[in-house]
Write a protein that binds this ligand. Structure first.
Ligand code: 5GP
Length: 198
């Protein structure tokens, strides 16, 4: 399947800075919209239902899987996360480009459906920095933080399935790289030809 617009997928280990990067891109380009995922994870302080995520219980999530409502879903760190077709359609129907911030298992499912998607992997400059970020972020208890760090090698194994790799050592540089990828993708002939006045 090939949507008319661009479908960006951003993945990377927890603490790599994906959220901040995606936010920066969304602030800069109003032709781009982020899909709001559904999750069974409990909201963190400050997270708003319908904006950060659609928060649902496990029973509802499993029912929606059975109903075939998800473009992709995955179980990540004991919680379910997924992108509903409804979310994707709403954005595509508005003629906007779409960005999904999802884990690697989900990204591989999206790749099977949208082979023209642009897959971007974000990593921190080192394991030590990742550890520091997860601990300083303080959103996970020690057990959950350890689990996230322990999963790093499995996650890194996915890198070669992606089109781009951003090493997020300086936020400014990483944002610039993400913007450059987005702009370059817009300039692909099949997308930019429609702007030619003839
Ligand atoms: P967090 O709990 O920190 O918000 O997210 C944990 C992980 O779940 C992150 O790697 C995030 O990218 C991923 N995630 C968030 N939403 C989705 C989704 O809709 N689908 C999948 N597969 N992963 C998601």
């Amino acid at each position: 399947m090939n949507p008319k617009g661009i479908l960006l997928v951003v993945s990377g280990p927890s603490g790599a800075g994906k959220g901040t990067l995606c936010q920066a891109l969304l602030e800069k380009f109003d032709d781009l919209q982020c899909s709001v995922s559904m999750t069974t994870r409990k909201p963190r302080p400050g997270e708003i239902d319908g904006e950060s995520y659609h928060f649902v219980d496990k029973e509802e999530f499993l029912q929606r899987i059975d109903n075939g409502e998800f473009l992709e879903w995955a179980r990540v760190y004991d919680n379910y996360y997924g992108t509903t077709w409804e979310q994707v359609r709403n954005i595509i129907d508005k003629g906007k480009n779409i960005i999904l911030e999802i884990d690697m298992q989900g990204a591989m499912q999206v790749k099977k459906v949208f082979d023209s998607g642009v897959f971007i992997f974000v990593i921190p400059p080192s394991r030590d920095v990742l550890e520091e970020r997860i601990i300083n972020r303080g959103t996970e208890d020690a057990g959950a933080a350890k689990k996230r760090l322990g999963n790093l090698n499995n996650e890194l194994a996915y890198i070669n399935n992606y089109n781009y790799l951003i090493i997020n050592d300086s936020l400014d540089k990483a944002v610039k790289e993400l913007e450059s990828i987005y702009i370059a993708e817009k300039c692909r002939p099949h997308r930019s030809i429609k702007y030619w006045k003839g």
